[in-house]
Design a protein around this ligand. Structure first.
Ligand SMILES: [Zn+2]
Ligand SMILES: [Zn+2]
Length: 895
């Protein structure tokens, strides 16, 4: 047998095994009619992505499932790939160009897109390399990108089909608009900043009685020129009788109505709000809901436009000044109050963005939502944890149309073409949203650029400038990755996929839309289970972010502790659906466990005789009479395997891995190996010890793939990789719950004896005498039958069973459940010294307890400390009280 290093170093093993798995193409999957398929599609990370802890958690969970199902003999495919991430990627490239003093407009559209492709070529596989470091066993030969040629075909196909069905239309929508850059910005590109502004109270006269007014409050008075209503809350008694009346909009002298809507906040301003559907996102919703007019009062550069009367061509802020003066003059400005507000700012030039009405492309979602709703209601698709079902259903029931156009360059360009000639005719400039034919004059929706206009034959044709929202490609991920719409055996075999593992923030953006696309284009759900994991936070519960400086970099953790340690640690603290609170120290637990596995394996390997290990366990167990210790560890092994498997199947990964951890560390190492150490060359011990280790390693593999592979090969150098070995199936006949319970109580007794001897100054190597009194016959016979084990483990000279619960002379005592324990101390220690020590300790603990009690009575502390800290203090006091009682008792006994 090869030399086994005394310390485990992940750097010696992780890259080595990953390379071997890849070389042997063990991650590859293809349709196999004799096997059951199991498939996961990766949530495609952005091509600009850099592995963070959220990815680490998300992908470890997927890898556990894939490795488990692969070992169960299923044809397991983990489909990988990256997302072209329109805005994010365009930004990265634009920022790089800005360093050279260039803008994308300097390059022009085509060259800029070339530049992004080049960027992707150079840096786009970073995240894939990082996923490999984590151990992700994706079928990399299938890696997809949402802008691949084939993938783009699927995107165009979907657009055209939806358009032909009448589900795509062009309409107006409020977007974030930078008047200086003259571009639309996503919410991420228009971060909100606090501003000190004013709240202006403006009086709008009633038409019937111009002496009567309704006063509205606004921070942007210039937008009043575009008002088309004033809204009040229907519950607001102040305005009840005014609902439905007509107002005269000052300065413009246009008639507008007073409407009611529960969206109106009665506490804001006067409780009556002006409604400007073309210049405010909330007003936009009100405008749609109440069928109001949408009046745009600004040019794209934020100068007022022809709809603003005499303010035409003034800059928006200049117009504000003049408007306020004019209102003042007319006695319509009631008051001005200072007001803190938060406004979006352009991330590029810091100009205050203008919510601006523009023409965008939309998908009608209601018809798509119907099958996606009923599939979840019928349980065809299940959410874990279940509470997400409700969130999903309520969103789907209130679904809004989806704005799919973006005014950027990097992405799938919208497959809509316009005939210049037909459009010059001025007819059907904009497709009619209500049309079901999609064949408006001058608008051509086509998979490829048309050569000529089908109406007039002109070849003067140009394409829509906009690109599609990134999610318009990722919602096709579960089938476009299989080259849909081309016919494909893969799609038939692997679709519907099995489980989707994802984070809660993209349930609407992504999960719900995939479900809709799956039903619409394939006629089947895209996956059966959706496992939603929590968010990774720092130990104080804050989200990890660069600005807070609380990021833990998974690659640094892998470098320092190993990928196995990272995987173990993060999984062991992730309970289903809960957020994950992470500190760097957490990873020590994973590293310690890897070391424990290594050291125990090393011990076993060094003591293993050749030739015995290949015995079949069932046969062997039948031939050999196994003793309780061996029967016990086998029972525990199979109980734990069963529990692990059950927990993987119901997505309780922390419970699965913690069961393996507890078993290996506290049962196999602490008890079993300890017990058999003295008789390790015994055939029974050899076979059982080997079998337990090798089955444990297989169950550990999905969680800690590298160390399990390394030990596996040392255990069985001629065998194949553990990665493709069979999952250790539970052999029910070895499980003996009664024996497990008995052994547990024997170990408890031993532990308690050890604690008792630890509480006074008896050297560990000193053998002691112990008397016990069992409260039940059953316990008494258990102790009698296990006496040699107890004597051995607790280092006893003698173990006496008493028939009365009376403390013998010169003993200190303790009680566990149904057993009294008495340790004979005569001749083992200096009683005076021991008493003095205990007295010291006793008074010390009393002081600590008193200090804590004072603290708990402190009102400030009670008021300011978090509830769990207060609770911890209370528990601490309770524990101290117990310890003090024990010491007091011991003082009485030590005489
Ligand atoms: Zn700007
Ligand atoms: Zn034409």
């Amino acid at each position: 047998m090869n030399e086994i290093p005394s310390r485990y170093n992940p750097k010696d093993t992780e890259d080595k095994w990953y390379k071997l798995w890849e070389e042997k193409t063990l991650f590859a999957a293809k349709p196999n009619p004799v096997k059951k398929p199991f498939c996961i599609v990766i949530p495609p990370p952005n091509v600009t992505g850099i592995l963070h802890m959220g990815h680490a958690l998300n992908n470890t969970l997927q890898d556990i499932l894939i490795r488990y199902h692969r070992m169960k003999g299923e044809e397991s495919l983990w489909m990988p790939g990256t997302d072209h991430a329109g805005i994010a990627t365009q930004n990265v490239v634009e920022k790089a160009m800005a360093k050279q003093g260039k803008k994308r407009q300097d390059l022009g559209r085509e060259d800029f897109i070339q530049r992004v492709w080049q960027w992707r070529e150079d840096y786009g596989s970073t995240i894939i390399r990082q996923l490999k470091k984590l151990g992700a066993s994706c079928d990399w030969s299938r890696t997809r990108f949402t802008m691949d040629d084939d993938y783009s075909k699927a995107v165009l196909e979907v657009f055209v089909r939806l358009y032909e069905k009448g589900l795509i239309y062009r309409g107006s929508y409020i977007i974030n608009w930078c008047p200086r850059c003259q571009t639309a910005l996503s919410d991420e590109e228009a971060p909100h900043k606090e501003l000190q502004g004013n709240l202006y109270y403006i009086k709008y006269p009633l038409k019937d009685n111009p002496k009567e007014f309704i006063t509205v409050a606004t921070t942007r008075p210039e937008t009043m020129l575009g008002d088309t209503a004033v809204a009040v809350n229907p519950k607001d008694k102040r305005y009840k009788k005014l609902i439905g009346k007509t107002l005269i909009l000052p300065l413009i002298e246009r008639e507008i109505k007073i409407i009611k809507d529960p969206m109106v906040d009665m506490k804001f301003g006067t409780g009556a709000v002006k409604v400007t559907p073309a210049h405010d996102p909330n007003d936009y919703i009100l405008g749609k809901k109440h069928g109001l007019d949408f009046i745009n009062v600004m040019h794209p550069d934020a100068r007022m436009n022809e709809s603003s009367g005499k303010y035409k061509n003034m800059d928006r802020f200049k117009a504000r000044e003049i408007i306020l003066e004019d209102l003042q003059e007319r006695g319509l400005l009631e008051k001005v109050e200072p007001h803190a507000l938060s406004a979006g700012h352009c991330y590029r030039c810091h100009t205050i963005i203008e919510p601006y009405l523009s023409k965008q492309w939309f998908v009608k979602m209601k018809p798509l939502a119907e099958p996606a709703l009923s599939a979840v209601k019928k349980g065809k698709i299940k959410f874990y944890p279940q509470r997400w079902t409700k969130v999903y259903l309520s969103w789907m029931e209130n679904i809004q149309d989806w704005c799919i156009s973006r005014q950027i360059w990097w992405g799938h360009r919208i497959p809509v073409y316009y005939c210049s000639k037909c459009r010059e005719d001025g007819k059907s400039q904009i497709p009619n949203p209500k049309s079901q034919t999609g064949l408006e004059r001058g608008v051509i929706v086509s998979r490829a650029k048309p050569k000529e206009c089908p109406v007039c034959g002109s070849s003067d044709i140009y394409q829509d400038e906009d690109v599609l929202d990134t999610w318009f490609s990722s919602w096709l991920w579960p089938f476009a990755t299989f080259y849909w719409p081309k016919p494909s055996e893969d799609l038939k075999y692997f679709y519907p996929t099995s489980t989707l593992v994802t984070a809660p923030e993209i349930i609407f953006f992504w999960v719900a839309r995939m479900i809709m696309a799956g039903f619409e284009f394939i006629g089947k759900e895209p996956f059966r289970d959706v496992y939603i994991h929590g968010t990774v936070r720092d130990i104080e519960g804050k989200k990890m972010s660069k600005s807070l400086g609380n990021i833990i970099d998974p690659l640094e953790i892998i470098d320092e502790y190993g990928a196995d340690a990272l995987r173990f640690s993060i999984i062991s603290i992730t309970s289903q659906g809960q957020d994950v609170f992470l500190s760097k120290e957490r990873f020590e637990q994973g590293r310690n466990f890897a070391n424990k596995v290594w050291n125990a394996s090393r011990f076993i390997l060094m003591n293993l005789e050749e030739g015995l290990v290949n015995k079949d366990l069932c046969e062997f167990a039948k031939q050999e009479e196994l003793d309780d210790t061996n029967r016990w560890i086998l029972s525990r092994l199979y109980s734990v395997l069963k529990e692990t498997e059950k927990n993987i199947q119901i997505y309780r990964f922390n419970e699965a891995v913690n069961a393996l951890y507890g078993f290996f560390w506290h049962e196999f190492c602490d008890w079993y190996l300890e017990i058999i150490k003295a008789d390790i060359k015994n055939n029974r011990n050899q076979v059982v010890m080997y079998k337990v280790l090798e089955k444990f390693l297989r169950a550990l593999h999905p969680f800690m793939p590298f160390i399990s592979e390394e030990v596996w090969h040392r255990l069985n150098p001629k065998g194949g990789p553990i990665m493709v070995s069979a999952w250790p199936h539970t052999q029910q006949q070895f499980i003996d719950k009664k024996l497990e319970k008995q052994m547990r109580s024997v170990f408890e007794l031993v532990t308690q004896i050890r604690n008792l001897r630890g509480s006074i100054d008896i050297k560990p190597e000193q053998e002691i005498e112990v008397s016990v009194y069992a409260h039940s016959k059953e316990k008494e016979s258990l102790i009698r039958n296990s006496s040699s084990l107890i004597i051995n483990l607790a280092r006893l000279k003698e173990l006496r069973l008493l028939n009365k619960a009376i403390r013998p002379q010169a003993t200190i005592s303790d009680v566990i459940e149904d057993t009294d324990i008495f340790l004979h101390f005569t001749g083992l220690l200096d009683i005076n010294k021991e008493q003095a020590k205990i007295r010291d300790k006793h008074s010390q603990l009393i002081k600590i307890k008193q200090a804590k009690e004072v603290r708990l009575k402190n009102r400030d502390f009670l008021k300011n400390a978090p509830a769990q800290i207060v609770e911890k203090e209370r528990q601490g006091i309770e524990e101290l009280a117990q310890a003090i009682r024990r010491l007091k008792k011991m003082l009485e006994e030590l005489k």
